[in-house]
Design a binder for this molecule. Structure first.
Ligand code: UD1
Ligand code: UDP
Length: 354
């Protein structure tokens, strides 16, 4: 079976590597990178440390408006698919790269498989929500990480849904001990496990709104512990534009975006995490780190229902309170499968290929 996997943004490199490993030796995988993320710390570093082949193609699309970026990806990926003629195309998550892959594949004979299908935040203003819904509706094979994902798809009348578990859980099982054994990131930044708060902020809804970003940064700056911010380039740009960079750097420990193993080590060692990332909410749950989510809603609702994640939006007082509050984590339910999601997906791809 010849599989084309399409990736382009940081979380997709992490979601794709367990699938690449499961495909290796048995099938031909052509890994295609749209070029949506291109800075060394947002792209190359992952291919080096995750020990997966560098993509066979990089479409070099880069940054732009949603229309420009998605349109360029569709053009370039469409041309490539005509040449490659794969048996199946796999897309991951909910970025513009995901949507472009889905739009192209919907008009070919190859089946489209969507990894991380069925998630809904029910916030239509999120570009990712549009990407998810459209992708799910043109997919032929839907790999839902959670029961909730299956229910969401059933409600929308979508068929061929499979509960596979979450590839990010597969990834963390591979990474956690490796990170603990090999990462030197805590020493590099003079951090002691259990004594700092980790934070990541990059959602358009937070960064593109000066007031929201300023409120989040003020709340983080008011914490009584060291707060470490590996800064996404989008957030760095916005802080510059708003004239907030200097103050934030005085109050927080601002560091470059981290490689996966160093980031996992930072998250594992954090006393708690404050984030608007989708993936980091789940990884916090996997690594037993209490999570404060800087959004009003989440597609990972089961972490909130289980008492492992609290939604605070950009409300300054609520963030300060949640960072301060004594937290006793409840018992951990099994929510994301047992670490063999990628193997299950490959078995389902094989069945479909016949
Ligand atoms: C994208 C995804 C988002 C995902 C995030 C993961 C969409 C609509 N958004 O958001 O769902 O959570 O990736 O991190 O697909 N930039 C660089 N170097 C890079 C990449 C980006 O400097 O390697 C800067 C550019 O100024 C760019 C901005 O970041 O304009 C935003 O990048 P973009 O890929 O459009 O969106 P993200 O915010 O990264
Ligand atoms: N991540 C990383 N380095 C960082 C921040 C995040 O390797 O500095 C990883 C993190 O472990 C997770 C993924 O990137 O696996 C999440 O990506 P991001 O937050 O950019 O996107 P989202 O999940 O919100 O789409």
């Amino acid at each position: 079976m010849k599989v084309v996997s399409l990736v382009g943004a940081r979380p997709q490199f992490i979601k794709a590597f367990p699938v690449s490993r499961a495909l290796a030796d048995r099938h031909e995988e052509v890994l295609v990178h749209t070029g949506q993320h291109y800075s060394e710390a947002m792209s190359e570093v992952f291919f080096e440390e995750l020990d997966i082949p560098t993509p066979e193609y990089n479409l070099g699309v880069g940054s732009g408006t949603h229309g420009q970026q998605t349109g360029e990806m569709v053009t370039r990926f469409g041309e490539l698919i005509e040449r490659e003629e794969p048996d199946t195309i796999v897309v991951y998550g909910d970025t513009n790269s995901t949507l472009a892959g889905a739009l192209v594949t919907a008009k070919t004979d190859a089946p489209l498989a969507h990894v991380e299908a069925g998630l809904r935040s029910h916030n239509d203003a999120m570009p990712e929500e549009t990407n998810r819904i459209l992708t799910d509706h043109v997919s032929d094979l839907l790999f839902a990480p959670t029961e909730r994902g299956v229910t969401n798809l059933e409600t929308e009348g979508i068929e061929n849904v499979h509960l596979t578990g979450d590839v990010m859980y597969d990834a963390i099982l591979w990474a956690r001990t490796r990170a603990a054994d090999h990462s030197t990131v805590l020493d590099e930044h003079d951090l002691t496990a259990g004594e700092y708060v980790l934070t990541t902020v990059h959602r358009a809804g937070n960064t593109d709104d000066r007031e929201r970003l300023a409120a989040i940064m003020r709340a983080l700056g008011a914490a009584d512990r060291e707060v470490v911010l590996p800064i996404h380039p989008r957030t760095a740009d916005c802080l510059d534009t708003y004239g907030l960079r200097e103050t934030v750097e005085e109050q927080l420990t601002v560091i470059e975006p981290q490689g996966y193993l160093d980031f996992v080590r930072l998250l594992d060692g954090a006393e708690r995490v404050a984030t608007d990332s989708g993936g980091v909410q789940k990884e916090a749950f996997f690594l037993d780190t209490p999570c404060v989510t800087l959004r009003e809603e989440t597609e990972w609702v089961e972490t909130v229902d289980a008492g492992w994640n609290t939604l605070v939006g950009a409300d300054e007082e609520a963030i300060e309170h949640e960072l301060q509050r004594e937290i006793t984590l409840p018992e951990k339910p099994e929510l994301y499968g047992d670490g063999d999601a990628a193997e299950r997906m490959v078995a389902l791809l094989e069945e479909t290929d016949g």
